[in-house]
Each structure stands twice: as structure tokens, then as C-alpha cells.
Design a protein around this ligand. Structure first.
Ligand code: CP
Length: 316
């Protein structure tokens, strides 16, 4: 794997291979000594132009568990405030010996620019670009679903026939975009449920059904309900008139949560707006995978770094 930019062009075999390697990495996490020497001598740069808790820290943990050196860059407090460009910032970090760059950027396509420009010779991982994609989030979500549903052993398996309802702010969600491609590639059936103002205008070609009634979606008995964060920082009042109304119609509140089948999984990529898109009872329930998703993120990111940095990087 040369770069990891998107799940849209990822094949089923490649996705399953990465998830299976993540299973091996999770076995390492269960050991007393959690480190592998695999990436000793390699340097991973975390290049974050947007805030992050889970993604940045789990990439750092993943790289360190594989014995790589890690350089953390945050745009806040850097020379970006003096006008330094993405190219100059990336080349400055590359001059310090970056083998892989994990980039989060508010502009959709920034990781692709870095990968295709030839500015630096490093593997690029997209850690979230604007409203476009967040591939490692989708991979850790798929890993989490697969583990929960195939408790006897998930290796080698896809998500054939699994029903996933993704609820909320689809319009601004890179998590929804990466998930719809990856989950359907793995055989799942995806339904979006959202207010009309929080859906993209044109969903042509998206492999998802669309609904507007969360109660009907809950009563249809989905295997997975994935709640999305309302991204207030990316919208204005025309998109999102009022929190109480939103919660009443599209929130996973206590009453809706109680109607879910006991086997249904409740997911959220975090950070959560408790009481808005999800109640605390749902978020903290036995059916919730919120903390599992975070833990699994380290194993999945170890697998991604391993595929990117061990051996020769292939074109793909
Ligand atoms: N899920 C996710 O991307 O969280 P962070 O913004 O904290 O990285």
C-alpha cells in the first residue's frame, strides 16, 4: 500500500487483509509487552491542521507500539499562523526524515494533494479531510462491527447482510462518506436517516438508502445504529434550526434506545454531543461500542502503518 487516502477505491480483499492484520495487532495489545520492533528506524509525522483527540493520539500510540519514532505537529502554535503553506510545512517535516505523514486538514482533498504533488517522498494517511473522507475511522468501525457480530472468529470475514443505519449530520460527515463505501464493499446494507437539510443535495451513486423517519428505522431492527455528531462548527442556522427539535426527531434518546433489539450495536465516532444526538443511557449501554471503537482504532492504525511502511511501498 503506497498511501491510504480513501475507502472508495479499496477492494474487499484489501479491506479484509487490513482488518485481519488489525486482529493480529489487537492480539499484541493483549500481551504484557505491547510493543513490536516492526517499524524501528521509521518516522511517522502526525500533521494536524484541525483539532483531534482520538485520531491523533491513537496514531501516536499505534506508531509507538510498532517502535516507530513519532513527530506531532499541530497547526495551532506553529508557523502556519505566519502564513506558511502546506507545501512548505510538509517539506520542513520531510526534511526531518518523515517516512509516513498522517494528515488531518479542513480542506477536502489536502491529503491527495500531498500524495500526488511529489513535494515529499512519504506514505500519506488521510486522518480526515474536510467533509470528504476519514478512512481509518471507517476501518475501525468495520473492525468493531465484524468483531461484535462474529464473536467466534472474525478473520477472513466481511459484513455480508449486516444492516447499518447511519443517523444525523450526513452532509458534513467524512465518517459517513468513508463508511458508506467501505461497509457496502464488505457486503453491508447501509441506510442514511437525516433531516433533509443535513443530507447532500446529490446522492447519485452513493450505495445507501435514504429515510427521514428515525422511529421507522429503529423499528425495522437494524444490526447497527451509528449516530453522527452534529457538526455545528461547519453549519449555520439554516441547516440546524434548534437543538430540542433535532433531538426530538433524530436523536437516539432513552425511549428509542429502549426499542432497539438487545443484539443491536450502538456506535458513535466521537466526540459525542450527549443529550443532542445520543442519550447517556444509549452511549454508556452494553450495546454501545463507543469505547471499543477507540481501543480498536489503535489496532487498525497499527495495521495501516504496517502496510504502508513495512517492506517496499507498492503502487495502489
Ligand atoms: N472520531 C474522530 O475523528 O475523533 P477526533 O476528532 O477526536 O480525532
Amino acid at each position: 500500500m503506497r498511501h491510504l487516502l480513501s475507502t472508495k477505491d479499496m477492494s474487499r480483499d484489501d479491506a479484509i487483509t487490513l482488518l485481519d492484520i488489525a486482529e493480529d495487532m489487537a492480539d499484541v495489545a493483549d500481551r504484557e509487552v505491547k510493543k513490536l520492533p516492526t517499524l524501528r528506524g521509521k518516522t511517522v509525522v502526525n500533521l494536524f491542521f484541525e483539532d483531534s483527540t482520538r485520531t491523533r493520539i491513537s496514531f501516536e500510540a499505534a506508531a509507538k507500539r510498532l517502535s516507530a519514532d513519532v513527530i506531532n505537529f499541530s497547526a495551532k502554535g506553529s508557523s502556519v499562523s505566519k502564513g506558511e503553506s502546506l507545501k512548505d510545512t510538509a517539506q520542513t517535516l520531510a526534511a526531518m526524515g518523515a517516512d509516513a505523514v498522517v494528515i488531518r486538514h479542513p480542506a477536502s482533498g489536502a491529503p491527495h494533494v500531498l500524495a500526488e504533488s511529489g513535494w515529499i517522498d512519504a506514505g500519506i494517511i488521510n486522518a480526515g479531510d474536510g467533509m470528504h473522507e476519514h478512512p481509518t475511522q471507517a476501518l475501525l468501525d468495520a473492525f468493531t462491527i465484524r468483531r461484535r457480530l462474529h464473536q467466534g472468529g472474525a478473520r477472513g470475514k466481511g459484513l455480508d447482510g449486516v444492516t447499518v443505519t447511519i443517523v444525523g449530520d450526513i452532509l458534513h460527515s467524512r465518517v459517513a462518506r468513508s463508511n458508506v463505501w467501505l461497509l457496502t464493499t464488505l457486503g453491508a446494507h447501509v441506510t442514511f436517516v437525516a433531516p433533509p437539510t443535513l443530507l447532500p443535495m446529490d446522492l447519485t451513486g452513493w450505495p445507501a438508502e435514504v429515510g427521514f423517519d428515525l422511529d421507522a428505522a429503529i423499528d425495522s431492527g437494524p444490526d447497527v445504529v451509528m449516530m453522527l455528531r452534529i457538526q455545528l462548527e461547519r453549519m449555520n442556522a439554516a441547516f440546524f434550526p434548534n437543538s430540542r427539535e433535532y433531538s426530538r426527531r433524530w436523536g437516539l434518546d432513552d425511549e428509542r434506545f429502549a426499542r432497539l433489539a438487545p443484539t443491536s450495536i450502538v456506535m458513535h465516532p466521537g466526540p459525542m454531543n450527549r443529550g443532542l444526538e445520543i442519550s447517556s443511557a444509549a452511549a454508556d449501554s452494553a450495546g454501545s461500542t463507543v469505547r471499543e471503537q477507540v481501543a480498536n482504532g489503535v489496532s487498525v492504525r497499527m495495521a495501516a502503518l504496517y502496510l504502508l511502511l513495512s517492506g517496499d511501498r507498492e503502487d495502489s
